[in-house]
Design a binder for this molecule. Structure first.
Ligand code: ADP
Length: 485
């Protein structure tokens, strides 16, 4: 966590350093351009000012000003500080000391100035490398022409951007330090909920799964993270609760038959005298042990299913023959109790299912219907497809289920008449398994029941993607079942 804080802070500092350094350089360049333009304007103004003082008198260019006027004298002196005057032929008429340091303009430069008749600004350097902005051109008065070069020292001007830049870059470490401190606190603040999350996660154990982190409701990423974490804790708590309940229920369910077997054997040991009596006790006990084995098997299967170890082997099949086969298998047991089974099946009802699990679901519903319906009753199985949905119903005219029990009958070990334990009544795992199979097929199972009139279980599931010519799968078997049985 601390590492992330350091990394975040360094990122802030790095981003700001790049922005500030770039800004510094851009600012310095802009300042250079502005100062250069400013210097050129000053030079132009001086060039124009010169016209007021340099005049042609009797064929000679002379400086005309009132020496008594201090302002005029000062201006002329300033104008003549870096100045060179020459004739068209290159004869130097006047050159100031300042211009002397730059070196007088060559005859070539003078000739070109007269040729172009344009004045231009150039940069010249004195002996010590100090720059000067120099305006070179032709000066006219009363038709006479003169070569004029007027200079302006640019050293001070050019130093300004560097001075400003130096000050700026000297201050930069201080600014970056301030950003680092601010970044450190900002990162600490942003990461605080994660510290909280880590602390809660550390203290989570099987015993305190009810721990939750207070939701900041800030709507940001951390808020989402905490919401997700809390939702995960909720699921974990619910799953642990289920597992705990499962263990309690399972041990309770196993204890009862074990107690019964133990009782039977103890009674036989104490009271049986003949070989026949012993044999009878052993056969009864064996019968119960067999049932115990069935319970353990069912428990194991359900545990595997609910923990995701039981994988569905889905394939696109015609459900009608499967239903028909299952109904035929139950017909014998139903017939013994005078119960009629009716089946209404379409010729073809294709769906993507795990055939074995689908059969298990139907068997669960059918065996319950036959088990709970009184002698001479009626059980009806219907299979249909509406749109992309497959619907299977198993209804009976048995005793029905009281409304109060309906919400619970899909729970594990739930039986309407609790405590009833006879070989032909189940242990309350059948419908839990039916519900799991329905869910695993993205379907659902519902029950409608009226006490004294009967029950109707309806299983719905999506038929899945239909066959295409190109899919290469084997076409589903055609049902040979009659429309009604
Ligand atoms: P069991 O092993 O007891 O059959 P199930 O989970 O299959 O357990 O069913 C749970 C309970 O729901 C049953 O004990 C029974 O009371 C009730 N039940 C299920 N199917 C029917 C039905 N067709 N008619 C009446 N009651 C039923």
């Amino acid at each position: 966590m601390r590492n992330l804080r350091i990394r975040l802070t360094l990122s802030y500092v790095l981003v700001f350093a790049v922005i500030l350094v770039t800004t510094g350089f851009v600012f310095r360049q802009a300042l250079i351009v502005v100062i250069h333009q400013q210097s050129e304007r000053v030079l132009m103004e001086e060039w124009s000012a010169l016209k007021g003082f340099l005049h042609l008198r009797q064929g000679q260019f002379v400086w005309a000003f009132d020496p008594a006027d201090a302002d005029e004298a000062f201006t002329v002196e300033r104008l003549r500080r870096v100045l060179m005057l020459a004739t068209r032929e290159g004869e130097v008429l006047e050159i100031s000391n300042g211009y002397g340091a730059l070196g007088p303009e060559s005859a070539e430069t003078i000739r070109k100035a007269f040729e172009s008749q344009q004045s231009r600004t150039v940069t010249r350097y004195d002996g010590r490398g100090a720059p000067y902005l120099v305006r070179i051109g032709v000066y006219r008065d009363q038709g006479a022409e003169l070569f004029l070069a007027l200079g302006l020292p640019a050293l001070e001007m050019q130093r300004i951007p560097d001075r400003v830049a130096n000050m700026y870059f000297l201050m930069l470490p201080v600014i970056l330090l301030a950003i680092a401190v601010l970044g450190w606190f900002a990162a600490g603040r942003a990461l605080r909920p994660l510290h909280h999350l880590a602390a809660v996660s550390r203290s989570v154990s099987e015993g305190n799964l009810s721990l939750r982190i207070p939701q900041p409701e800030s709507g940001d990423e951390v808020d989402t993270l905490i919401r997700t974490f809390n939702a995960m804790m909720e699921r974990l708590e619910w799953n642990f609760q289920q597992i705990r309940q499962f263990s309690i229920d399972a041990s309770h369910e196993l204890r009862t038959p074990i107690t019964v077997i133990r009782g039977q054997l103890e009674v036989a040991l104490l009271t049986a005298e003949t070989k026949e009596q012993y044999r009878e006790a052993i056969v009864t006990a064996l019968h119960d042990v067999e049932r115990l084995g069935q319970i353990v098997k069912s428990l194991l299967l359900l545990a595997q299913a609910e923990s995701g170890q039981l994988k569905l082997q889905k394939a696109r099949v015609n459900l009608s023959p499967i239903v028909l086969e299952d109904v035929s298998q139950f017909r014998l047991a139903a017939g013994e109790r005078g119960i009629q089974i009716q089946a209404e099946l379409p010729e073809c009802c294709e769906a993507e299912v795990d055939a074995a699990q689908f059969q298990r679901l139907l068997s669960g519903l059918l065996s319950n219907a036959i088990k709970f319906t009184q002698e001479g009753g009626e059980v009806k199985v219907q299979l249909s497809k509406s749109g992309e949905e497959v619907v299977l119903t198993v209804s009976d005219n048995g005793p029905g289920i009281a409304a109060g029990h309906l919400p619970n009958i899909f729970d594990r070990f739930y039986r309407v008449r609790q405590g009833e334990l006879s070989p032909d009544k189940g242990i309350g795992l059948g419908l839990a398994f039916v519900a799991w199979i329905a869910k695993a097929h993205q379907g659902q199972v519902e029950v409608e029941s009226t006490e004294g009139k009967g029950s109707k279980f309806t299983f719905r599931m999506p038929a899945g993607r239909p066959h295409t010519e190109l899919s290469g799968e084997r076409p589903a078997e055609q049902a040979t079942a009659p429309m009604a049985d």
